[in-house]
Design a protein around this ligand. Structure first.
Ligand code: NOJ
Length: 731
């Protein structure tokens, strides 16, 4: 009997201990995340910790001569992978390796550049900003997140929120334009859209603010170079979008390639640790940009990869994206005592925290779904189409040539007219150009039974070949109106796509000139990833619109605007210079010593189309600007209002931009600064009130080089369009 009891208790103990082994605390979904991390960290050895801080790539190996087994090639202990798949199959296989063939079973985090959509592609971010519809952008990011997460992607390297004022820089396409506040608003919208309320939901992904920081200031628009940013400018121009994104709960940030007046973004202790982690208390992690740690060598601040690893890591970059610096050297650096265990543990904790928040420990695999279940859901396509419509900016409409009605023959000419590929824009993730409708096809559908729509190429995007010109002229000669479709190829903007001029290639301008000679009305339609120099095209165009790169909806939103089915409402989020030589040119330049002198002698000094410019098919009348109180003390509340009336004969949507100006201050401040915007639908004849609730401390103060805010007493102007009203802050 005694023997039996002993045996039984041994068996029970074995069951109990194996149960305990099977279910360590970090695997218990009911435990709080920080406790789970404590438990896991305590079990991890140095190598395992270091591996969590590395990111490699997975996928795209479709070269038949070079087929490795991707699963075997990937160490199961890796922290993260950039995942190029459009379904979760490969991800799940690799994840299985991480979960089942490693000592601790830590799930891998799969990231990807989901920049303006995953399969359903939205307009490029610069276009999105021109919609001034943050709620819609939030929804679009929500759809991108759903498509991505269901395809095996947990984390997007988006939004890009680099304030950018030089259109020569190809990456202006990826951000929300030239203004700090605008970028800040869309940052919050996109973070909310991607991450939702609950990161662990199968519809949400972790977001990543990039490129922290100052990348948009790359000198002369040349990619990957240095940037000269004073601490004052760092704070008043570049920080706010990041600060607001962190406040909105963003999971991660990406450190930038550029140096900030000598200290690279990826080795910058001030921005990464003092500001981001200590001041803003960000508790997620920072990933380097692709190679930005290794590039500390050519940047001249590290003599070896090991030194680069040391500098980036101790500055505050937790994850190494494709540098092979941390996996090669971090262990050694810790063993040598150069990197403390505490710092290492903090970095690993941050990475694990994001994984736990994403629910990866509890649901490491992505459920299999069909493309139909994931992509192009009717509501997703609707959002894409609406966003593309609202992104279109009508720049010029002389003699109301638009909308195009009562014409019988429309000539659609130009290299953009029949392309699908170039309408996708850069960073089009898993977007499929085959699913896009061209401008020409969309116009044919739009005008079916109403007008004859015919096509000629006219010329290629660039080069010198004039062989298609005559055919285009012949078509134009027998048409009532020309829709001239010009613009930029997809790869002319985006990363590593700097241009010395933002004018279109000469052959495109020549085509326009030749066609204009025929005396027909010319509607210039542009698809572009940056502001363009239009000074030669503007005088010969009766109407001009930019559709940016619209993504999946292709030519349909544009066709709607041309026919009048859609009333355009977009306004520029980035200035269109008169000429490239004016760059940098932006609306919120600082007050200068001689405002009426110092102009260019050869060209106008003002831009061709300024920030916030954009026309509608109706007209809006702005009434009297009123303030709730004109003398205030700090802490007081202030409301400013303006009635706006739709004076035309059709409904329209109007965005009102509210600017402030501080004419006399301790530092010289911009001529105006955007602080708020609001977009409303106004039925024909309707008047609506637009209101700006001013928070004095937030909206009227200035920031110094340490990021401290000051609100000075004195007079301020609040401005809407060409109206302004004065208020005074008294002590
Ligand atoms: C480099 C780019 O600068 C960055 O924006 C992108 O997220 C990474 N490559 C990953 O593709």
């Amino acid at each position: 009997m005694k023997k039996v009891t002993l045996l039984l208790s041994i068996i029970l103990m074995m069951i109990f201990s194996s149960y305990k082994q099977e279910k360590p605390l970090y695997k218990d979904a009911k435990q709080p995340i920080e406790k789970r991390i404590d438990d896991l960290l305590a079990r991890m050895n140095l190598k395992e910790k270091v591996m969590q801080l590395n990111q490699f790539t997975l996928g795209r190996n479709d070269n038949a001569n070079n087929m490795a087994d991707p699963v075997a090639d990937i160490p199961g202990e890796i922290g993260s992978l950039i995942y190029f798949g459009s379904n979760a199959d490969l991800r799940n296989k690799v994840q299985k390796k991480a979960m089942e063939q490693t000592r601790l079973g830590i799930p891998i985090l799969f990231g990807y550049d989901v920049i303006h959509g995953f399969r359903t592609i939205y307009p490029i971010s610069l276009g999105q900003a021109c919609s001034w519809n943050a709620a819609l952008v939030e929804k679009a990011c929500g759809v991108a997140a759903q498509e991505a997460r269901m395809s095996g992607v947990d984390w997007t390297f988006s939004p890009m929120i680099d304030v950018a004022r030089d259109g020569r820089w190809g990456r202006v396409a990826e951000g929300y334009g030239e203004d700090t506040y605008t970028n800040a608003v869309f940052t919050v919208a996109s973070v909310k859209g991607y991450q939702g309320e609950d990161l662990s939901s199968e519809r949400n992904v972790a977001a990543c603010l990039k490129h922290y920081i100052g990348y948009g200031a790359s000198e002369a628009g040349r990619d990957y170079v240095y940037s000269e940013i004073s601490s004052q400018t760092l704070w008043d121009t570049y920080m706010l979008p990041y600060e607001n994104g962190v406040k909105a709960g963003v999971a991660t940030l990406m450190s930038s390639f550029n140096d900030i007046s000598g200290t690279p973004g990826s080795a910058n202790h001030y921005t990464l640790t003092e500001v981001l982690k200590k001041r803003w208390k960000h508790d997620g992690f920072v990933v380097s940009d692709w190679g930005s740690i290794e590039q500390l060598r050519p940047q001249g601040i590290a003599g070896s990869k090991k030194e680069a690893a040391f500098k980036a890591f101790t500055a505050g970059v937790e994850m190494d994206m494709m540098n092979r610096c941390y996996d090669a050297h971090l262990e050694e650096l810790v063993k040598e005592g150069k990197v403390s265990e505490d710092l290492l543990n903090d970095a690993v904790r941050r990475v694990l925290r994001v994984k736990f928040r994403l629910g990866l420990f509890d649901r490491p695999y992505t459920p299999a779904t069909t493309e139909k279940e994931r992509f192009y859901r009717p509501e997703s396509l609707k959002i894409a189409e609406q966003l593309a419509e609202e992104s279109i900016v009508l720049l010029k409409n002389e003699n109301k040539v638009l909308p195009i009605n009562n014409v019988s023959k429309i000539a659609v000419i130009g290299p953009m007219a029949k392309t699908k590929w170039h309408l996708l824009g850069s960073w089009a993730a898993q977007g499929n150009s085959e699913d896009i409708i061209t401008i020409y096809d969309a116009l044919q559908a739009e005008y079916k039974g109403k007008a004859e729509v015919a096509y000629a190429l006219g010329c290629d995007f660039d080069g010198k070949d004039r062989k298609d010109l005559e055919e285009a002229k012949a078509l134009a000669a027998k048409s009532d109106l020309i829709v001239l479709c010009l613009g930029e190829k997809k790869n002319w903007s985006g990363e590593n796509a700097s241009r010395s001029t933002i004018a279109l290639p000469q052959i495109q301008e020549e085509l326009a000139m030749e066609l204009k000679k025929l005396g027909k009305r010319v509607v210039l339609v542009l698809s572009n990833g940056r502001p363009l120099e239009l000074s030669r095209l503007e005088p010969i165009s009766d109407a001009i619109l930019t559709m940016w790169q619209p993504g999946t909806p292709g030519g349909k939103p544009l066709a709607g605007v041309l026919s009048g089915r859609v009333n355009p409402s977009g306004k520029l989020a980035m200035t269109f210079p008169y000429s490239t030589g004016q760059i940098p040119i932006y609306y919120n330049y600082r007050q200068s010593a001689r405002p009426h002198q110092g102009k260019y002698q050869d060209i106008q000094s003002t831009p061709l189309y300024e920030f916030a410019h954009g026309l509608s098919y109706t007209t809006f009348g702005y009434g009297e600007l009123k303030v709730s109180v004109s003398k205030l003390k700090r802490g007081d509340k202030l409301t400013v209002e303006i009635p706006v009336t739709n004076m035309g004969d059709r409904d329209g949507v109007e965005t009102v931009h509210w600017f402030i100006q501080d004419p006399v201050c301790t530092i010289s401040r911009p001529v105006k600064e955007l602080k708020y915007f609001e977009k409303q639908l106004l039925k024909k004849g309707e008047t609506k009130l637009y209101k700006f609730e001013v928070n004095l401390e937030r909206d009227l103060s200035f920031v110094n080089g340490e990021g401290q805010r000051f609100l000075e007493s004195g007079e301020y102007n609040i401005m809407v369009k060409n109206k302004k009203i004065k208020i005074e802050i008294v002590d």
